[in-house]
Design a protein around this ligand. Structure first.
Ligand code: NAP
Length: 278
């Protein structure tokens, strides 16, 4: 039976350490979240981020806009936050309504305050193997989880499934920067099973149940980023836990694996940006 990669336990350890660190600061780090529209999942994510920030002493402000807000209004607000010295981290909750260009909004955030690491400057640094101000939260959380359990990356075959800018792409790059040999799979990949069978480490970020035990190499490490609900409303990941946990040596559960690590990384990033600003 595989060892569980316990994201909740590591999140709590990281948050305890951060809370101690923040209590020693005379000025507190401040995170501002921009939330557009009424998407219920986004509202829950933002509320969780705010609760977590407040618990460890980060000042957290959420600015709400109606879904018909004009793009320029958001850009003007971001510019105002960029020049506010008491704001250290800015996050625009995605997705945005269709009439707003995600690219224009992300590009407006100052790289020094880009807590998600999504601006062209930070992405460019990451993809050229240099250090960005911060790394994107979910892949950062995945690497922290693997490191916590002493999982070697160097020379290992890592298979990343999914190539979004939020997870798959930066994940692949960060694994490559750690000297893993990386294969990226996506919806056009043929014979996924042939590739996953050769993987020492699999990071799956799709949002569909696509990995089963029979697709895995014995003793591999499986990190499940995916989250979706089935018809009955049950929360699922990309990986069939039942069959996969019999073949893998380590596996992350859903919930309780990568999700808590994403929040922990957001808090780490906020504090890193704050410390950089001093
Ligand atoms: P996304 O933008 O929809 O990307 C999904 C990726 O999966 C795409 O690259 C897509 O390929 C690929 N894909 C779709 N069907 C596939 C298939 N049958 N075989 C192989 N690849 C396939 O999603 P995302 O934002 O990256 O998120 C992915 C999942 O992670 C979602 O369930 C999301 O909720 C979850 N997530 C979790 C956390 C967390 O903290 N735990 C954070 C972020 C996201 P194409 O590029 O070819 O379309």
């Amino acid at each position: 039976m595989a060892t569980i990669l316990d994201g909740k336990k590591l999140r709590d350890k990281i948050l305890d350490e951060l809370a101690k660190k923040i209590s020693s600061f005379s000025v507190k780090p401040k995170l501002v979240v921009i939330l557009v529209g009424e998407d219920s999942a986004s509202k829950i994510y933002v509320a969780n981020k705010q609760k977590c920030a407040q618990k460890i002493g980060i000042i957290s402000e959420v600015i709400n806009y109606p879904s018909d807000v004009k793009e320029q209004v958001l850009i003007d607000k971001i510019n105002e936050l960029n020049s506010d010295k008491f704001v250290h981290a800015i996050l625009v909750q995605l997705p945005l309504p269709e009439h707003i260009s995600k690219t224009n909004i992300i590009n407006a955030i100052a790289p020094q305050k880009d807590v998600d690491g999504f601006t062209p400057y930070n992405f460019g640094k990451l993809f050229s193997g240099e250090k960005p101000y911060v790394y994107p939260c979910t892949p950062k959380g995945v690497l922290k989880l693997l490191d916590e359990y002493g999982i070697e990356l160097e020379g290992k075959h890592a298979v990343v499934i999914g190539r979004s800018n939020i997870v798959g792409r930066p994940m692949a790059q960060m694994l490559m920067n750690r000297n893993a040999t990386v294969t990226v799979c996506h919806s056009y990949t043929k014979n996924l099973e042939q590739i996953t069978k050769t993987a020492d480490i699999i990071v799956s970020a799709v949002g569909k149940n696509i990995i089963k035990g029979e697709m895995l190499k014995s003793g591999c490490v499986v990190v499940d980023v995916g989250i979706f609900k089935d018809a009955s409303g049950k929360l699922l990941g990309d990986v069939d836990f039942e069959t996969s946990s019999k073949i893998a040596s380590y596996i992350s559960p859903v919930p309780g694996g990568v999700g808590p690590m994403t929040i922990a990384s957001l808090m780490l990033n906020t504090v890193e940006l704050f410390e950089n600003s001093l």
